[in-house]
Design a protein around this ligand. Structure first.
Ligand SMILES: Nc1nc2c(ncn2[C@@H]2O[C@H](COP(=O)(O)OP(=O)(O)O)[C@@H](O)[C@H]2O)c(=O)[nH]1
Ligand SMILES: [Mg+2]
Length: 298
């Protein structure tokens, strides 16, 4: 048998907030790399996730959801980051939710058209579709909106059709040798993922708009005798937000820190000593300079 040529290339995973882009990336990688929650705008950075297979390497880039809110510097940064991921990429993977098409889905598709790149569309959350007969007309509508290379109905949480989707993606990539060692999962430093795991708890535990007023900075990250010592700062915009995050007798913050630490221990594969403080930085999400200082840089 003639061996298949090795393929390697980049795939930008784009779509409106909350369609399951990050859940899909984790599922394809077979472990949690990026954070997810039921809230929109959980992902705030373009994050590389590397999938190495015997027949090649897929360099996925998870992105923030493309959305219509341009009301503060952070929201504008999120859209800019998602669109920038479409520049110089080999392929776009547009993720949509089965049965739904909104103005924000249209914005995401417009960015793909503007970048003039080939695209596969993953129609996610098919497990949620009560009436399966609606899938066919939905796929038909999608195929009329754009000349996608493939339309693939999937369920990121259940794993349905993901192997098929992955092979279609790989076949669409150029021939080439892997660029990263086979055991490498991302190009971000460990402290980045430590901050993300604290932010994941903020997104998951606190209601309404509160998580959007928070960001996490890792002030100290050290290895000492086989364990990590991590100091994290949660930045908020107002004193009232600080009080809610800390909770009565510090119970809310304590629970948040315990869960963050457990997920860090699983991620890093070693014991973690984590300390978390909440601090005030007025209007950090509206101020370009503060944003850049907190790691939101183009
Ligand atoms: N029912 C169902 N829920 C899903 C599926 N994929 C993702 N979700 C949920 O959708 C929400 C948003 O997921 P996330 O990956 O953070 O979306 P993102 O903003 O596009 O990255 C989370 O609550 C996920 O558990 C799926 O295939 N089926
Ligand atoms: Mg995400």
């Amino acid at each position: 048998m003639i061996p298949l040529p090795s393929r390697c290339g980049t795939v930008a995973i784009v779509g409106r907030p909350n369609v399951g882009k990050s859940t899909l990336l984790n599922r394809l990688l077979g472990q949690q790399l990026v954070i997810t929650s039921h809230k929109a705008q959980t992902t705030r950075h373009a994050i590389l996730g590397i999938k190495t297979r015997p027949d090649g390497q897929i360099l996925f880039v998870d992105t923030p959801g493309i959305h219509r809110r341009g009301d503060n510097a952070l929201n504008r940064y999120l859209n800019r980051t998602a669109r920038a991921a479409l520049v110089d990429t080999d392929l776009a993977l547009l993720v949509v939710e089965a049965g739904r098409w909104t103005q924000e889905d249209a914005l995401a598709l417009e960015s793909i058209v503007a970048a003039d790149i080939r695209a596969i569309v993953a129609v996610n959350k098919i497990d949620r579709l009560a009436n399966k007969t609606l899938l066919l007309p939905y796929l038909q509508e999608l195929s009329e909106r754009h000349a996608f290379m493939h339309l693939v109905p999937i369920s990121a949480t259940k794993g349905d059709q993901l192997a098929h989707l992955e092979s279609l993606i790989l076949s669409a990539l150029p021939e080439g040798d892997p660029v990263f060692p086979p055991d490498q999962l991302s190009d971000r430093p460990e402290r980045f993922f430590a901050a993300e795991l604290v932010r994941e708890q903020l997104m998951r535990r606190y209601a309404d708009e509160l998580p959007y007023a928070t960001t996490v900075e890792i002030e100290r990250f050290e290895e000492e005798g086989g364990r990590y010592r991590i100091h994290a700062l949660i930045w908020v915009e107002r004193p009232s937000q600080k009080a809610i995050i800390i909770g009565k007798q510090g119970e809310a913050l304590k629970a948040c820190a315990v869960q963050s630490r457990l997920k860090m221990e699983r991620f890093f594969g070693c014991p973690v000593h984590l300390q978390v403080w909440v601090k005030l930085k007025k209007s950090w999400a509206s101020d370009e300079t503060a944003l850049a200082a907190l790691g939101y840089q183009d």
